[in-house]
Write a protein that binds this ligand. Structure first.
Ligand SMILES: C[S@@+](CC[C@H](N)C(=O)[O-])C[C@H]1O[C@@H](n2cnc3c(N)ncnc32)[C@H](O)[C@@H]1O
Length: 206
């Protein structure tokens, strides 16, 4: 990976450590959940790389039974506390795992991932979590597009393209239902960030 550091457990644990100052970690729920999966009937859902649980909790408030999975114990401790404070403990579970080598013995009606970029690289990660979608289920991928011109830039290995992602979801097994890129400004930790996002939603046909 072309990065000045590794995106390993230590990196993410430091990222989510409760002592971190100038907190840019708790961003508002991203707009793609409402736009892309707001119409789906609730079922079971996995948030792969859930961080402090913002998107998982959004799903839980809408009736989903959610598994939030992350490599960072600190992130999951925050997510657990937020779920408890929101009265959502019974509809959420938090699992500390390295998703790149996890072998869950179940499948979910919905798998989402938002800006997770593990060391395995983006497309291998997306292919892996796609294998955990139940028949007739949906996957929603929100990732970073390579963009060196803006403040929240990411190295190539942490980014993906719309074309690269959609090539993972081919007929007859999958139908891509939505795909686009979007730039948006986000306010987090007292500062504005510009994000360039790639969004792909696909349904498992068989
Ligand atoms: C940029 S954060 C995004 C967090 C959250 N989804 C959001 O949108 O705010 C990426 C998340 O992926 C998690 N992550 C990275 N590599 C992972 C791995 N191998 N297994 C599980 N989680 C991982 C990190 O701990 C972190 O919480």
């Amino acid at each position: 990976m072309n990065a000045a550091h590794r995106f390993d457990r230590t990196y993410w644990e430091n990222h989510w450590a409760p002592t971190a100052s100038n907190d840019t970690r708790h961003l508002p729920v991203n707009p793609y959940l409402s736009a892309e999966i707001g119409h789906l009937p609730p079922g079971t859902a996995l948030d792969a790389g859930c961080g402090a649980g913002t998107e998982a909790l959004w799903l839980a408030t809408r009736g989903w039974q959610v598994t939030g999975a992350d490599i960072s114990a600190s992130a999951l401790a925050t997510a657990t506390a937020r779920a408890s404070a929101a009265g959502l403990s019974s509809s959420t579970e938090w699992v500390e795992v390295d998703l790149t080598c996890w072998e869950p013995d179940r499948r979910w009606d919905l798998v989402i991932t938002n800006y997770a970029h593990p060391e395995s690289g983006q497309l291998a990660f997306y292919a892996q979590i796609a294998s955990w979608v139940a028949p007739a289920g949906t996957i929603l991928i929100v990732g970073h597009v390579h963009d060196s011109d803006h403040g929240h830039a990411h190295p190539d290995g942490a980014t993906a393209t719309q074309g690269g992602i959609t090539e993972l979801f081919t007929r007859p097994d999958w139908r891509v239902e939505s795909r686009y890129e979007n730039a948006r400004n986000v306010h987090g930790g007292g500062r504005q960030m510009q994000l360039r996002d790639v969004i792909v939603r696909a349904r498992r046909i068989s």
